[in-house]
Design a protein around this ligand. Structure first.
Ligand code: GLP
Length: 244
C-alpha cells in the first residue's frame, strides 16, 4: 500500500487529482468510481478549478445511494454526483451511474448496477473515503469481504455522522444501496482520501490492524494496488508519522 501524508486538505485534493488526471490522460475512456461525502470534495474541486484532461469519454459509477431519497433530493448522492462531479468535470449524464435509491424492486436495482459495472469493463480507478467507524461506501462493520451491491441498514454511528447534512437525525435515511466490498475490491486501483482526527483510529485499523470484516477498511490490505492519501491528523495514529 502506498501511503502519502500531506499537510493540508487542499494538498490532499491536489495530490489525488493528479492520480485522476494521469489515469484519464492514459485512458480517456476510463471507468472512474466516485465516492461522495466530504473527504473527496477537495479532489473534485481541484479538478474543476484547474486544467484537466477531457472527461467526455469517462464513465463514472457512484459507490452508494440512500434508500428512499429521490434522485432530485438535495442530499441524495445522485444530486452530489451531478452537481459536484459530472457537471463540473463534463462527464455526460448518460455515462454517469448511481444506484437507484427509489426503485421499488431493490434487488433488481442492485443486480442491474452490478451488471452495468461489468458491461463497462469494471472500474479502473476507484476514489474512496473511510467512515469514522471504518466503513467503505456503506459497508458497515460486519460486512462480508465478498459482498456485492445490496441494500444495507445504516448504523446509528453512520446516521449520526451524516446528520450534519440533514435537518435532524430522524431525517437521515435508515437504509442505503451500496456496492459491496467484493465489488470494490475488483477495481484496478483504489485511491483512498482521508482527512481529520476523527478518522485517525479508522485509518490505523485499516492500515495496521488485523484484516477483519469488523473493520471493513482493513480490506485495503488485501488489495494489490492501493494509494492512501492522508492529512497529518488522519495519519496521527499510524506508526512512524510525526504527531501534529
Ligand atoms: C459516507 C459515504 C462513504 C464515505 C464515508 C465518509 O457516508 N457513504 O462513501 O466515504 O461515509 O464520509 P465523509 O468523507 O463525509 O467523512
Amino acid at each position: 500500500m502506498e501511503i502519502i501524508v500531506v499537510e493540508t486538505t487542499a494538498e490532499l485534493g491536489r495530490a489525488a487529482a493528479g492520480y485522476v488526471c494521469d489515469q484519464v490522460e492514459a485512458n480517456p475512456r476510463t471507468v472512474l468510481g466516485v465516492a461522495t461525502g466530504s473527504s473527496p470534495l477537495p479532489v473534485y474541486e481541484y479538478l474543476a478549478a484547474n486544467p484537466h484532461p477531457d472527461f467526455r469519454s469517462v464513465t463514472c459509477f457512484a459507490l452508494d445511494e440512500y434508500r428512499g431519497l429521490p434522485a432530485t433530493h438535495e442530499q441524495s448522492y445522485a444530486s452530489f454526483v451531478q452537481h459536484r462531479i459530472s457537471e463540473p468535470l463534463g462527464i455526460p449524464s448518460a455515462r454517469t451511474h448511481i444506484p437507484s435509491g427509489s426503485m421499488d424492486d431493490a434487488d433488481s436495482a442492485c443486480s442491474e448496477y452490478e451488471n452495468l459495472i461489468q458491461s463497462a469493463g469494471g472500474i479502473d480507478l476507484q476514489i474512496l473515503g473511510i467512515g469514522r467507524n471504518g466503513h467503505l461506501a456503506f459497508n458497515e462493520p460486519g460486512s462480508s469481504f465478498d459482498s456485492r451491491t445490496r441494500v444495507v441498514a445504516l448504523t446509528q454511528d453512520s446516521r449520526e455522522a451524516n446528520s450534519r447534512f440533514f435537518p435532524s437525525l430522524e431525517a437521515v435515511p435508515t437504509h442505503a444501496i451500496t456496492q459491496g466490498l467484493g465489488t470494490i475490491q475488483e477495481a484496478q486501483h483504489l485511491l483512498v482520501v482521508v482527512n481529520g482526527h476523527e478518522k485517525a483510529a479508522a485509518v490505523s485499523r485499516a492500515v495496521s490492524g488485523p484484516v477483519t470484516e469488523e473493520a471493513p477498511a482493513s480490506m485495503l490490505q488485501r488489495h494489490p494496488n492501493v494509494t492512501l492519501l492522508l492529512d497529518h491528523a488522519a495519519a496521527s495514529l499510524l506508526p512512524l508519522t510525526t504527531p501534529c
